[in-house]
Design a protein around this ligand. Structure first.
Ligand code: RAT
Ligand code: ZN
Length: 440
């Protein structure tokens, strides 16, 4: 057996891994955050942190309040009720509660005082644009991809009017209503003067493609995306599958854009919880394999909601190079599962996936989501490099840095922009490094 690496050397490599994970800026590839130019659509501050729908669901497990009574409260009153139920009357153990505390702690606020009033005061003094830069820098997030929906009545007018874009925000075109509710959506498209009818004729498909072209251009979309119910089936003659095949995938091919699918969400399992009322079920990975296999000239991004789908999905990614897996989404975004899923992905896929996205809806959340995820990613990577070092393989500092960049956006950019390839990735990280204060 070849001489193994000394424990000092291996400690030094692991310290370097931890440092690279901490210091490498990340491309947050799926969020519900907005460029500050969208005004009130960009949420931040303690009240929005507390009324996050992940916390609302947990709050209702403790409240002694009828649903309607909670919904009739102001945002601040709802935040008070959640604070009282989840932080004061019980210890804030859950991942979403812990997230609020990590966020406040990273902002320099003393959480042990349990002083919600003072915390509110602290947030009140910030200017939104300054705060955005401050948070991105503190979270070490180099770029944020928004989720942009032309079907959102608050968002659409901002795009139509035009604005100066913040350099740190990219866009993804979200098309759930187009694929999941065509009968109603056909009316909206017709109203916006696209030549469509509820029947999926050739003329209607051409109208849908015009719509996709206009909006891809308007927002400079980096990919198209949809969240899909667990019963999505392919091949099949659902309107969803037909629109996907005849309009969405040809559009993505023509524009060299990936199509992101998020399977497994069961919307409105408890409608009384409003946005907090969605659930999860296992999706059919075989259907996704069929879809991907039938479209070798399309690139697909997938994050699955169900824990039970993760293994099959990894195996599918081993079969199809036009599939890139990303993130631990929503109910899987808890340390226990991030650890499990990230280890499994590294063991089955090496570095050819994107371990995490934040899914943040409130700007400040990127602080906790990324600090919690970075911690786990560093642990899992250290385990993997330790296994390598047991064979006598010693990763160099440059190799470690390269690997971390790949996981933090490099592999994603390369997959989404194959022609720009290495240069796009290198450019992204060079730009980020240059933005670091004190960089020569
Ligand atoms: O994680 C979430 O905030 C969910 O509400 C969903 O929005 C999900 O992320 C999605 O993009 O559908
Ligand atoms: Zn999302």
């Amino acid at each position: 057996m070849v001489e193994v690496i000394s424990s000092e050397r291996s400690e030094a490599v692991l310290a370097q891994v931890r440092q690279a994970v901490k210091q490498t800026p990340v491309y947050d590839v799926h969020t519900h955050l907005y460029d500050p130019a969208f005004g009130d659509l960009l949420l931040y501050g303690i009240d929005d942190l507390l009324v996050y729908h992940y916390l609302v669901a947990e709050g209702f497990r403790q409240f002694d309040l009828p649903y309607e009574q909670f919904w009739s409260l102001s945002k601040e009153q709802q935040a008070d009720a959640i604070w009282d139920a989840l932080f004061i009357k019980n210890s804030p153990i859950s991942e979403s509660c812990r997230g609020v505390l990590t966020t406040l702690n990273l902002l320099g606020l003393d959480v042990k005082k349990r002083d919600l009033k003072n915390v509110r005061k602290w947030f009140a003094d910030w200017d939104k644009a300054d705060y955005t830069n401050h948070i991105m820098e503190k979270a070490n997030v180099g770029s944020i991809c928004m989720t942009n929906s032309p079907f959102d009545d608050l968002e659409r007018p901002v795009w139509e009017q035009g604005f100066d874009r913040h350099h740190g925000f990219t866009s993804a075109l979200r098309i759930d209503p187009l694929l999941l509710d065509w009968q109603r959506t056909s009316e909206s498209l017709a109203q916006w003067e696209y030549d469509v009818t509820p029947e999926l004729s050739d003329k209607t498909i051409a109208g849908i493609r015009h719509f996709l072209e206009d909006w891809t251009r308007k927002i400079n979309g980096k990919y198209l995306m949809v969240s899909l119910p667990p019963d999505f089936c392919y091949p099949g003659d659902s309107e969803c599958a037909r629109i996907m095949e005849s309009a969405v995938l040809p559009h993505c091919r023509d524009h060299g854009l990936p199509f992101a699918m998020m399977p497994g969400v069961k919307r409105g399992v408890n409608p009384l919880l409003k946005m907090a009322g969605d659930g999860v079920s296992k999706a059919c990975v075989t259907s996704f394999s069929h879809l991907i296999s039938a479209h070798p000239d399309n690139n697909f991004l997938i994050t699955a909601l169900s824990r039970e789908n993760q293994y099959e999905l990894c195996v599918a990614a081993r079969k199809f190079r036009n599939l890139h897996i990303f993130g631990c989404w929503w109910f899987t975004n808890i340390p226990y599962l991030i650890n499990e899923i990230t280890s499994m992905r590294l063991e089955l896929l090496g570095l050819s996936f994107t371990p995490q996205h934040s899914d943040a809806r409130v700007l400040d959340q990127i602080l906790y989501k990324w600090s919690h995820s970075r911690e786990i990613i560093a642990d899992v990577l250290c385990d993997k490099y330790t296994d390598l070092m047991k064979t006598g393989w010693e990763p160099t500092p440059n190799e470690v840095q390269r690997d971390v960049e790949s996981l933090f956006g490099g592999a994603f950019i390369k997959f989404c922009e194959p022609n720009a390839g290495e240069s796009a990735t290198a450019q992204f990280f060079r730009r980020q490094q240059e933005a670091v204060p004190g960089h020569a």
